[in-house]
Write a new protein. Structure first.
Length: 561
């Protein structure tokens, strides 16, 4: 790898560069992404995926996918399947290195026995309430459990009894014997194993005890030969414990490195709260396009590249920060602009009849598929006497700066003709139901041979040829920038009642007739849309991904001022 091939530097890469110079890991770079299979992955996880796999790629190394399946009470095969699909969809490949913490349960049990034999772990029978009391506080040291000084032989027997179901949940735990007066609460004789009488998806009913994350994590890293164990900032205080286990078990010692997780405005990234949204029916599921899950973003129309570019743009930091949701939308918009074909669609239809256009004439106007992609080619769009335009593109009594269609005003129909509004038709209640116009036959393609100009170009669809479809306009799920910031308020109070607006029917040009779920388009002058899996051969459903308006640039300009 040349210097030009290296991605932009950050403090994690600086650490790896230093290790490579010193020869600590003999030049190896081996990372891992270790999700818990107790929910779907969200945009924060996506940043971690991109970081771990990206670093491995940058240094010619490897990255494992390892499930931390140490709590069968909360884990499901559905989550495992969803996570593997999400990582692949983002474009990453773990090869034959798909692992589970449960793969190492026998080895972890032997390591625990080793620590017991060496007098570094013991079985504690304090109740959970007593254990909390003995642990102390941030300003008050803890005190030793009365069970702390049992012999190694007795502890081995009790640990075996725990394993065989001789204790009920909560009656006993295995704890590391470290320092109850440590200023780091994680070092005050932390639990290594707890009793869980739950069926495990992979190991069945073999185990009645399961390792705690802090005990399983470092040893799993070691077994797999991980060199750089990259995790989020809340584990910084756990690093001394990570190191203590590896040092005292005397096995290969990876380097744990912490970075700050991202927080996104108008969004919840707490897995517990996301589960609540799903289970209580506030959203339609984990893949609801309003959810910050990778599945939700995918269904909404985000591309893998847009999420990867977002993760790279945000970068990594040592301190917690906030990312505006508009920045995520910016990267989606940037990518969709270059990859999405343009089509014309009318969301709020108003009929327009060209009175001097021949009744039976249908012309096929040539249209550009994507001006950002020379290889995207062109298509034809049918043009006829009766069209639909956006209701918002007409005003009967327009204000000074309204340049679109109005009585007596001439506008351009994109790829079509110049038309002038000659009459307005209303219903009995005074609502505008139809416009009558005339057209200039000399302006085919949207250009006047005499050089005259108009101030507005409108999109349209032919009423006789348009496809009826449904549009789902998604907005932020929450009305507050930080819906879970106030501990005294329920985050559900900030749910946005207008987070979804369904428009049915809308009218779309016939070129989308054979579109399939996941196909993405720019509806000209409106927004980017993706075909939803709810679509049927009889009816397409489109999800609005992002609007054409770039709010993030405005935010950046305000910050500079």
């Amino acid at each position: 790898m040349t210097d030009n091939d290296k991605p932009k530097s950050n403090f994690i890469r600086d650490i790896i560069d230093e290790h490579n110079k010193s020869g600590r890991f003999e030049g190896r770079v081996h990372t891992r992404f270790p999700p818990e299979p107790n929910g779907y992955l969200h945009i924060g996880h996506a940043a971690s995926i991109c970081l771990n796999f990206g670093i491995a790629e940058a240094y010619g190394g490897l990255c494992n996918l390892r499930f931390d399946d140490t709590n069968p009470a909360k884990e499901e095969q559905e989550y495992i399947d969803a996570i593997t699909h999400d990582v692949k969809w983002l474009g990453y490949d773990w090869g034959d290195r798909l692992y589970f913490a449960s793969d190492y349960f026998d080895e972890l049990y032997e390591m625990a026995q080793q620590l017991i034999r060496e007098g570094k772990a013991y079985v504690d029978e304090l109740s959970p309430e007593e254990m909390r009391e003995y642990r102390g506080t941030l300003t008050k040291p803890g005190k030793d459990s009365p069970y702390r000084n049992r012999s190694a032989e007795e502890n081995l027997e009790l640990f075996e009894k725990m394993k065989n179901g001789g204790f009920k949940a909560g009656e006993a735990v295995l704890r590391a014997k470290i320092d109850m007066s440590s200023g780091n609460m994680n070092m005050r004789d932390p639990a290594m194993y707890r009793i869980l009488d739950a069926h495990h998806p992979r190991t069945g009913d073999k185990w009645k005890i399961y390792p705690m994350y802090d005990f399983a994590h470092g040893q799993s890293d070691s077994i797999e030969g991980i060199t750089h164990s990259i995790c989020t900032l809340e584990y910084a205080d756990h690093r001394p414990l990570y190191d203590w286990y590896l040092h005292n078990i005397e096995i290969f010692h990876p380097q744990q490195i912490e970075f700050a997780r991202i927080n996104v405005t108008y969004t919840i990234l707490s897995k517990r709260k996301l589960i609540q949204l799903v289970q209580e029916g506030h959203v339609t599921g984990w893949d609801d396009p309003r959810m910050p899950t990778i599945a939700g973003l995918r269904r909404r129309g985000y591309t893998p590249d847009s999420i990867r570019n977002f993760a790279d743009g945000v970068g990594v930091s040592k301190s917690n920060g906030v990312v505006e949701i508009q920045q995520l939308e910016y990267y989606a918009r940037q990518n969709l602009n270059t990859t999405s074909n343009r089509v014309m669609a009318v969301l709020n239809p108003l009929k327009l009849v060209i009175e001097n256009y021949p009744d039976d004439l249908v012309e096929h106007m040539e249209a550009v598929n994507n001006p950002e992609d020379e290889l995207a080619g062109k298509r034809t769009v049918p043009f006829s006497k009766t069209l639909y335009i956006e209701h918002d593109d007409f005003m009967e009594d327009p204000p000074k700066k309204f340049y679109r269609l109005a009585p007596g005003r001439e506008v351009r129909l994109r790829y079509g003709y110049y038309v002038t509004c000659t009459d307005v038709i209303k219903d009995d209640e005074g609502n505008i139901t139809e416009l009558r116009c005339s057209y200039d036959p000399e302006t085919k393609g949207g250009y006047a041979p005499d050089g005259r100009r108009v101030k507005a170009t409108l999109h349209w669809v032919s009423a006789d040829h348009a496809i009826q479809a449904e549009a789902r306009l998604y907005n932020h799920l929450f009305t507050a920038e930080f819906p879970d910031k106030d501990a005294d308020k329920d985050f559900l109070e900030f749910l946005n009642p207008d987070s979804l607006l369904v428009l049915d029917p809308i009218y779309v040009e016939p070129s989308v007739q054979n579109a399939k779920a996941g196909d993405r388009f720019q509806f000209e002058r409106l927004a980017y849309f993706a075909v939803d899996p709810d679509s049927t051969p009889e009816k397409l459903v489109f999800n609005r991904t992002v609007t054409l308006r770039d709010q993030w640039k405005k935010i950046q300009k305000k910050k500079k001022k």
